[in-house]
Each structure stands twice: as C-alpha cells, then as structure tokens.
Design a protein around this ligand. Structure first.
Ligand code: RUG
Length: 835
C-alpha cells in the first residue's frame, strides 16, 4: 500500500474543525447541494438537466453526506481500537443505493420535497439508477443484507469483494429463449470512491526457493512470475437510523506499472504491451454467472487469489498500525468466509505469518484458525469447489506447498485420534487422490476455521450428518453450528412496500419494528379490526395493480389484478423445480380446457408469474425458460381461457425488480426437492410482504412454518429423509409416472407448445432417466395443494387474516438477528455504540 501517512499537526486542527462538513438536514440544504452538483460536478445547468443528471446530482448530495459519517465512523472505530469483522464475499448483490441511502439516513421526505421543487418526481429519479448486480442470487444478496445489518447495529465491519466491470448479465427473452447481454454498470457510479492511493501488488506464478536463515530455519521465498495491481474502490454502507456508516471495499485489477510496458512500446511491440495491460484488467472484468455450480476455470481461481490477497494485505496493514503482538490478531480481527470462494485467505494468512513475518508454523496456525469462520451454503456436489492440484501449483506454487503442509499436520492429528483408519484419512484429506488430484476447498475451509455454520436448521443438520460428518467426529460437534439466514426489513419492507410499512408502523407504535422485527407480533392485536384488514387488502391490491401495469407495458399482456398472483422468481435450476411449476400450469390449462363454459365460470383466475436467470452454460435450465415462454404464448391467447390463466415470464429478474414483484404476490413458490435448497431467502421476503407460500419441507421453509404456524403455509411433497430411498427406487425398481403427469408430457410431445424435441430431454429426465429431482413423486401432492390454495383464496377475509398473522410472526427472519448470532457465537465482536 502506497498510501501517504499525513496528519494535521495539533495547532492547525482548529481550522479544520471550523470548516467541518456537516451535510444537509433540510430541504433547502438538499436543494442547494443538488444544484451545486448539477452546475459544478456535472457541468450542466437548469437548461439541460434531465432525469439522469438529476439522479446523479441527488446521489452525489447523499453520497457526500454518507462519506462525512463514514469518516467519523472509521475515526471512532480506530480510536476505540475494537475488534472488527471482515466479511469476504465474491458476490455483493447490492441493487440500487439511492433509495436505500435516503431511507437509512431518514431524509427521503426531505429529498422528495426538494426534488419536487426542482421539477422532478422522486420515483422517476430512483428509477434512473442501474442496479449494482455483483452477484448471482441468494448468496450475494445475503451478503448485501448482512452489510445493512452490520451498519444498522453499529458493528465495526468491512465487506471485501471484487469490483467487476460487468456484473451478472442482463437477460433478454427473444422468441422464448434467454439471450445474455453484458451488464456494464460503471458508466457513472456515484456511489464509489476510487482510492488510487490504496493499491496492492499481487503476485502470480513464479517459483519457490528455499534457504536457511542464521538460526538454521528453512525460509521459503516466492519469486518471479507476474504482478498485477489491486486498486481499492470504497462504497459507503449507511446504517438505518444511526450515524454508523461502514465500508465495502471492492478491488479492481490493473497492470502493475499502471500503464502499458513502455520498454515494449518503444521497441515497437505495441500490441503485446497493450495485451499485458488487458490481461491484468481481465481479472476483475466479469462476475462468473454460475449459481450453485463450480466451473473450475483458471481465471476464477485468479480472481479468488487476487481478491483475498489484496484484502488480507489491507487487514494486516491495519493491524500492524496498532503495534500489537501477533498473538492478539484474533482479538482484533474476525474474518468470515462467505462460502469456499475466499478459502485461499486461510493459506495466504499462514504464508504472511510464516514466510514474511517469521512466526513459527504452530503459532501462526493458531492465529489463522482463531481468525476465520466459514459459512457453507450448499450440499450440492456440483457446487462444492475443487481445484486441480496442477493448476494450483502453476498459479500459486507456494500456496500449494502450504496446503500440503496444512493437510499433513491435519492428517497426523486424525491418525492419532483414529489410528489405522485409512478410510477416514482418505475421506477427510484436503487433497482428493483422484485423476487429476484436486484440492477440496470446503475441507480446507473447515480445517482453517474455528467455526463452520450452515444457513438453516435442516441444512446445518445435513452438513453435519452427510458431507462433513467425519469432520464432526474429528473436531467435535461444537465446531459446527447453525445461523439461519435473514433479510433486512429496511429494504425488503420499508423500501419495497412503503404503504405496508406505514400501516404496520401505525399499528405497532412507530417504525421501531424496522430495528427490532419481533415487534411485528403486535399486529396480531389488530387482526379483528375491520378497517385495518381492509387497508391491508387495499395495499396488496395496489401493489398488484402496479405489477399489472408493468406486465402490460413490457409484455403487452393484460392480466386481471383481482386474479391470484402465483409467483416463482429465483435462479432457474432443476433443483428449484420451475419444471414442476410449469408442468402444474399445463395440468391446470388442460383441466380448464376440458371444462364446460359454465364450469369454467366457477374457476378462480390465476396469473402464474416466473422470473429468473439461467447460467449461460446450463442447457436444461434454458429449456425450462423456453417451455415456460412457449406455454405462455399458447395459454395467454386462448379465447377459451381468458382471464382464468395467464403465464408471464418477467425478463431480467434482479434486485430492483424483486422490490416491485415481491409486494405484489399472493402466493409464492419455494418448491425445491427436499434437502437441496440450503435456506432460501426470498421465501422470507414474500411472507414479510403479506403473501403466503406453497413450499416443500426444505431449507428455511421449515423454520418459517414453525414460526408462522402450519395453518398459514401450503406444504407438500417428499421429506428429505425419504429422498435417497426414492432415488434408489427410481433407478433400481420400477419407476412409473402417474396419469396426470403423463397427460402433461403427452401434450408437450404432441407439439401444443412448439417443437416437442426442444423439451424431449426435460420430459425424459423425469420419465426415463431416474427423475433425480423427484418431480413425479411430488406432482400429485403439488396439484392437490394448489387446489387447496384455490379454495382458501376464495375466502378473502380468512386469507387476509392468514397473511397478517404470518407477517406478525416473521420477526425471527431479520438479518439483524442473524448478525447478532454471528457476532456472539462466531466473531466475538461487540457493537460500537454511538452516543
Ligand atoms: O442456494 C443457496 C440458498 O439456499 C441460500 O439461501 C443462499 C444464502 O445462504 O445461498 C445460496 N447459494 C449457495 N448460492 N450459492 C451457493 C453455493 O455456492
């Protein structure tokens, strides 16, 4: 880090204090700031200020305010010298920042008035912002919710990630197919501060030389190779109703000289000098668009090391400033590994301590393991990261040696505990003895951390009894724990559903519930209040009308806002079973077609809404999208059906779209095969916004049921303990598909929804190839449960009561509760209370 240590001497500090920037607090002050930014920062005027410029100026006005508090927060934390949390995540799915900033600092009404005075509408200004979509789905959004909670609860905490030039791709649906379009989001991003003075040089490749020091100790030197420079970009993270403003530091890569190689340039080798620069910049160029899938690409490993090495350098530099002894490192620093993506941080810290700082191996390893915690987010084998030993050797030769040493010492302790148990050694070895040999990153993360947690009760049980069971035997059950996921009520209620937030505030005694979500339980006291229930229903209806308009505008399909809105929006994945949903929709369509017009009149109208991206290389997921769109094309135009069924595919599902869709749902679908969805978090968002769930006994659905009561949720399907037996029976016994589902398949294969061959593999996966995701086993109970939904929805009064009761009981699912659990059980950090 080449940052300059500059501090103003005591006598001159008065002058600084006199001019301290305080930030606006009223409408006048806000307007002044906006006009100043329009006229100076943006070099425009009232004659050429469009909505884009007004958005930019408004954001800059708020950013200035945040940065003042950011500076004070950092100063406060440094002075107090308390322990900090560092949350390492390769994904931060932040969404939009302006609305969130306005609400968190409590100045949205001030801004609304000011923007109005200046000739714009606040809603239009908010809509100008491009989502910061540096994540794939639940994992990245969880990280973003955690940042909001950490700041809101006054925990000293930083997030560390990568500043991708391209976030998750934009999805277009063309002729029913997903088409990926690059998401260049950095055209103008007022929310980041480039720190050109905070840079770290990161080494790759090269080789390791060993020498002896004066005491005869062997010292490793990692030499040669290539250097890429990491540049820090900071994003202020405002807490809600507190001055605490934390930092999200994202690293961007550039060629180490900062420019291209002038030597090569002068020698006429212009192309290669530019190529070097581009190669360096490639590291942080693009987010890998895979959710729950490990692709094992070299560039991905480069990204991982680049990011953890820069972050650790930064953390260690900060620690060294405090002049404490190394053994106190874990008293000052807690690092959370969000999934296995940052696991190289374990190795890197050991390398820094042993190779650079000269600590003994065991002392260093103690520090390392006391510092790290690891969160596992999946049991799916295809998502558990492994890296070929050869690739690791090539890219990070010293790290591979350290990994081998970590493994050796670990296996020695295992051998002591379980003498002569060769199977145990093979099963827990960090190196998988396959062809080629692989480094198992989850095992490395477990060995290198003092706590390992899953993200919902069922998931945490599963990891302890299946994929990590031998580690429980070795380390004991205490090392393994559960922290059920949560969501921030600020974004997912207050921001996404302002009218509902106000109604709740009026019944619970103000906005306190946004800081203590358990206060929602007061809502149950008002459940018999007719006016309250009426207003509740009106708000839901208004949210549905808004979505209806959006559907009309974007897809030119008219849907009836009084219909039941049935929503499944999430990444497209076979385990999440959008195929079960669309097969159910086809079944409904066939049933409606078979009815007489009189009978049809008695049916409940329904809109089936889908949304979500498929990984570009995930062929089956893309086929599922295609089928949904083709079904929509047929059903939506069928005059026999009219309003009774509409099938909608919302393009380019992202955080800001979720903020519009979630509040408009009556029913949402969380229907993964039991035991596959680690937690899910959109299930929490939908219930918190007054929608009911149809779901399987999987992930956090189970805890949601426990909290809200099983009479308020539509559960169906196989239990996780029966999944393996059923799979076995499909493969080795006789596997039959019931007649209703067969009818659906026959309809698809008759060409009703387009070229049948396009969907042949999807049908065959269920009918002929073992039905791994148990679609056939769960189909009938899914259909029956949907019938129950229809019946219950007709009784609107009771439906609304169920929704209110559910919301009232959702207090547990705040990410504030999660963060407090991490702080107490894993990080051992305290909030720094602001006076
Ligand atoms: O699939 C899981 C979700 O169930 C979970 O809610 C979310 C946050 O914990 O993480 C998702 N996830 C898991 N995303 N990627 C992975 C595996 O790398």
């Amino acid at each position: 880090v080449k940052s300059v240590e500059a501090s103003i001497p005591e006598p001159q500090r008065e002058a600084w204090k006199k001019h301290q920037v305080e930030g606006f607090t009223d409408k006048d002050g806000f307007e002044k700031e906006v006009v100043r930014h329009v006229e100076t920062t943006l070099a425009r005027s009232l004659f050429n200020c469009d909505e884009g410029a007004a958005y930019s100026a408004t954001s800059l006005a708020f950013r200035d305010r945040l940065i003042t508090e950011w500076n004070r927060t950092q100063q406060r934390q440094t002075t107090a010298d308390t322990k900090r949390v560092y949350y390492l995540s390769l994904e931060f799915l932040m969404g939009r920042a302006l609305d969130n900033a306005m609400l968190n600092v409590g100045l949205k009404d001030v801004a609304r008035g000011g923007i109005d005075d200046l000739g714009f509408r606040i809603e239009d200004i908010i809509e100008q912002e491009h989502d910061a979509a540096l994540g794939n789905g639940g994992l990245g959004r969880l990280a973003a919710c955690f940042l909001d909670s950490l700041a809101s609860l006054n925990y000293p905490a930083w997030g560390y990630g990568l500043r991708y030039r391209y976030g998750i791709f934009k999805q277009e649906i063309i002729n029913g197919y997903q088409v990926e379009v690059p998401d260049y989001w950095l055209d103008f991003n007022p929310w980041e501060f480039p720190r050109h003075d905070v840079t770290v040089d990161i080494q790759f490749y090269g080789n390791v030389r060993k020498s002896q020091d004066e005491n005869g100790k062997t010292v490793a030197h990692w030499e040669g190779g290539e250097i890429v420079t990491a540049v820090a970009y900071d994003m202020p993270i405002p807490g809600y109703a507190t001055p605490s403003t934390n930092n999200l530091r994202l690293w961007s890569s550039k060629a180490s000289s900062g420019e291209f190689d002038f030597q090569k340039f002068n020698n006429g080798d212009y192309e290669s000098s530019v190529a070097d620069q581009q190669r360096a910049e490639t590291i942080s160029a693009v987010l890998y668009p895979n959710d729950n899938l490990d692709r094992g690409k070299e560039l991905r490993l480069k990204q991982q090391y680049f990011w953890v090495a820069a972050s650790l350098y930064d953390i260690v530099r900060r620690f060294k400033k405090s002049k404490r002894a190394w053994r106190e490192f874990p008293d000052q620093v807690a690092i959370q590994l969000n999934d296995t993506h940052p696991t190289l941080a374990v190795v890197e810290l050991q390398r820094i301590l042993v190779d650079i700082e000269g600590l003994e191996w065991d002392e260093a390893w103690n520090i390392v393991t006391s510092t790290f915690g690891y969160t596992n987010h999946t049991v799916l084998p295809e998502a558990l990261e492994k890296w070929p030993v050869g690739l690791m050797q090539h890219l990070l030769p010293r790290h591979l040696q350290i990994i081998y040493d970590i493994n050796l010492f670990f296996l020695q302790t295992v051998e002591k505990k379980f003498p002569n148990d060769r199977e145990m050694l093979t099963s827990v070895s960090i190196i998988e003895e396959s062809q080629p040999k692989m480094v198992r990153m989850a095992y490395l993360a477990i060995v290198g951390s003092h706590k390992v947690n899953g993200v919902a009760e069922l998931h945490s049980d599963l990891i302890q009894t299946t994929i990590f069971k031998d580690f429980v035997k070795i380390f004991g059950a205490d090392k393994f724990t559960n922290v059920t996921n949560g969501i921030t009520p600020r974004r997912w209620l207050h921001q996404a559903n302002p009218r509902l937030s106000e109604l709740i505030a009026s019944k619970t005694g103000g906005h306190e519930f946004l800081k203590d979500l358990t206060q929602l339980n007061k809502l149950e006291l008002s459940i018999d209040d007719d006016a309250f229930r009426k207003e509740w229903a009106e708000i839901k209806y208004a949210n549905k009308v808004r979505l209806t308009k959006y559907i009309k505008k974007t897809l030119d399909v008219t849907v009836n806002p009084a219909a039941l809105f049935d929503v499944q929006v999430k990444r497209i994945h076979e385990y999440k079973r959008q195929q079960l949903n669309i097969f159910g929709v086809i079944h409904r369509y066939l049933a409606l077609k078979a009815m007489s017009p009189e009978e049809r009149k008695k049916q409940l109208p329904r809109v089936s809404i889908f949304g979500g991206k498929a990984a570009p290389g995930y062929w089956m997921a893309k086929q599922i999208i295609h089928l949904i769109n083709n079904v929509g094309a047929v059903v939506n135009k069928d005059p026999d059906i009219g309003d009774l069924l509409k099938v909608i595919y919302l393009e380019d599902y992202n955080v800001s779209k979720a903020e519009m869709i979630v509040p408009a749902s009556d029913l949402s679908e969380h229907i993964s095969t039991a035991g596959t969805e680690a937690s899910g978090t959109s299930n929490m968002k939908f219930v918190l916004n007054g929608g009911l769930i149809i779901g399987t006994c999987d992930g956090a659905n189970i805890e949601i049921t426990r909290e809200i009561g099983q009479e308020n949720i539509f559960l169906f399907g196989t239990l996780s303990e029966d999944v393996e037996d059923l799979r076995h029976a499909h493969t080795y016994g006789s596997h039959t598909v019931d007649s209703d589902l067969n009818k659906v398949f026959d309809t698809i294969q008759s060409g009703t929804f387009g070229e049948p061959n396009d969907f042949g593999a999807m049908v065959a996966a269920v009918r002929d190839h073992g039905d791994f995701y148990l679609v056939s086993d769960d189909f009938q109970s899914y259909i029956d449960t949907q019938k129950m939904v229809d019946t219950e929805y007709r009784n609107q009064d009771e439906w609304v009561r169920k929704c209110i009761r559910s919301v009232a009981r959702m207090g547990f699912f705040s990410s504030d509760r999660c963060i407090n659990e991490y702080a107490e059980g894993i990080w051992n950090v305290e909030p720094l209370v602001v006076k």
